[in-house]
Design a protein around this ligand. Sequence first.
Ligand code: AMP
Length: 388
Amino acid sequence: MLNIALFGPPGAGKGTQSELLIEKYKLFYISTGDILRKEIAEKSKLGLEAKSIIASGGLVSDEIIVQIIEKTIKENQESKGFLFDGFPRTYVQAYILSGLMIKLNTSLNCLISLEVDQEDSVTRLLERGKISGRSDDNEEVIRNRLKEYNDKTLPVLQFYKERGIYHAINGANSIEGVSKDINEILQNELSKNLLNIVLFGYPGSGRGSQGMALAEKFGLEYVATGKMLEQEIEKNTDTGKRIQELYDNGQLVPDEIVVQLIEQKIENSKEIKGFIFKGFPRTLVQSYILDGLLKKHGSAISEIIDIEVPTLELISRLDARSKTNRCMPYDNSTAKIVKRLHEHEIKTVPVIEKYNQQHGVKKIDGMGTFEEVFEKLSNEIEKEFKKI
Ligand code: AMP
């Protein structure tokens, strides 16, 4: 879920920006002001209680607010996230929101504060008053609303500053400018919600074909370093030429090159749900690199899966593959096959062990048909998606 609170004095432009955001991110919009005005129009008990307070520019009681918010959230639990406008407006409401989010097993991702000069907001509201028909858009009430904002609402900012999710934006910019700044914050938030899977397994375990199929099924970006290196060679880029030289001399490709390529891939992958890493990290050093690369993007590894296949079966699969047109240059002789298995054992198995201690590694039995193994892997990934 992506839950956002839009914050700022009356007239800061919250309503306008909300419209753009709900369209783009498909969030459920909750404006306590709108709900209260609707209650007033319907002359409900709640509306009657709120009417005179709103007319004077005061804040309605937290009790009323908690009722309307709880009801609205409950009725829309399946939404992709909530966009709160005009809530939380008091320190107590900030706690109410935390409690409600916990109930939904989620949390507020960020509070975006549109900062505008108060005299500017008075001017904007007086302008709006000419067309909005809102009885509280007149100077006397506006001044009172601002006073309430300064006394009761500004302290809410401290609440979120302490929790590290407060973002200030210059609300004096154009609508497009403000919208761009907000989107930057939200894209960053979304990138933290990525589902990052590291897929391990000995050569021949099926991690490549399974990884590709899983990426396709779940809309994840498949990151296979071996393939990326090959592509660089094919594209004949400067890096590609260097890689070819290293290959020709039988040397290993240094981490610097691999890191660069992965970094580019992460950076260029916009609007994706996450990554499946295959063939990386291969060494302990690379495991630290991966942690660092994901952290840089506010993300982290979500799950580590190891596909287990007995050694004799691996050899027989790789040997069978070497006789088909899917034969890779690195499995065209028994000596090469054994070398790759050995490399995995001495370099990569310690990485899996480290992860097992840190995060826990999910072991999946790689025996059986492609479909059988695919189903087991899919179930695991589905479980992880549910957690997000
Ligand atoms: P708005 O449309 O957000 O400017 O809200 C209009 C009026 O509704 C405010 O001046 C308050 O009287 C009332 N109101 C809206 N949201 C809240 C809230 N979260 N807490 C208390 N009063 C609210």
